[in-house]
Each structure stands twice: as C-alpha cells, then as structure tokens.
Design a protein. Structure first.
Length: 181
C-alpha cells in the first residue's frame, strides 16, 4: 500500500509541475543571435532594456542563400534592421521561429522578469496572423480577432477571452540571445 501511495504522489507531482510549465511546445522554437557578431544590433539593446521588445523574423538557409535576421523594434522611432548572419555557428543552426519564420518571434525584456520570447502569431486565430504593435509599446494586438496582449505577462488585456501568447524560453548571457522550447 505504501508503494502505491508513493507512485500516485509522484504522478500527481509530475502532472502539477508540467501543468504549470509556461513554455509552449505547440510549435518548434530555436533561435540564436550573437552579440559578438552583431554588437550594434537593436536586438542586443532591446534584450537588456526593460519594457523594450522587438519582432524578429528570418529568411535564407545560411547554406545556399545568406541567412538574414530582420528586427523591428516596438519603438517606432527606431529603423528596422537587417542582420546578415556570417558566423559559421549561426549558419549551421536551423532557425525555427515558432508558428512561422515569416511571422517570427517577439523578443524583449519584461519590466519585472527579464528576457522573454513569444510567438508573434496570434494564438487564438485559426489562420496564422501576425500581431502588431499598438500605440502602447508594452502591448501587441491581433488585427483579425482584436485581442490585445500585454508583453510583460503574455495575457489578454482587451478582447474576448482566449489563450495567452505562446511563450518560449529565452536567455541572454551577455554574448548570445537564445530562444527555445
């Protein structure tokens, strides 16, 4: 009887830990960006500045065509940026930016919890639809379903109830930005 209790307790604990995992596994996410190779990139500034976010997309495979990482800041006064990936390490990786490389990720720094990465596709629309910056740089909105999301938490703050933004693990160690699941 004691073994049965231990097994059941372990299963409940395992389920509870996994149920609270905020990291989305619906789509594959794998992104790496080197501060050493791109020291002046707005993405490096963004990841270190609370309340700042940028939308990141990529195209090219790094083998037959040069890989580009395109960055659009949530600050409308900052020009969009096109980073050509030249390092062997970055070109060897297969970038997967969640639902779509064309829609990309939102990467930034929350006001209270450090680096954060979200899928830039609305999690509540059946058609992949990119989120757009609102007048408030801490929020994004879906032009299809009109839900507004707060980037500090990923939660819906306006519009119908639904799923929060798809969140991915994110880190910056001073030299490399990583987003993954």
């Amino acid at each position: 009887m004691k073994n049965w209790f231990v097994i059941c307790s372990a299963l409940v604990l395992f389920w509870a830990c996994n149920a609270q995992d905020p990291i989305s596994r619906e789509y594959r996410c794998w992104f790496l960006f080197s501060a050493t190779d791109h020291p002046s990139s707005i993405l490096i500034t963004t990841i270190q500045s609370p309340g700042s976010y940028a939308r990141v997309t990529t195209h090219g495979d790094g083998k037959t065509t040069p890989r580009h990482v395109l960055v659009r800041s949530n600050d409308p006064s900052v020009a969009d940026e096109d980073n050509i990936i030249r390092s062997a390490i970055e070109n060897e990786l297969r970038f997967e930016l969640g639902a779509s490389n064309d829609i990309g990720l939102i990467i930034g720094c929350t006001n209270f919890d450090g680096p954060r990465a979200y899928d830039a596709a609305c999690p509540n629309c059946s058609v992949l639809k990119a989120l757009n910056w609102t007048g408030n740089r801490q929020q994004v909105i879906c032009s299809r379903c009109n839900r507004t999301y707060l980037l500090d938490t990923g939660n819906i703050i306006s519009g119908e109830e639904g799923e929060s933004l798809r969140r991915y693990s994110c880190s910056f160690d001073g030299t490399t930005i990583r987003a993954w699941n």
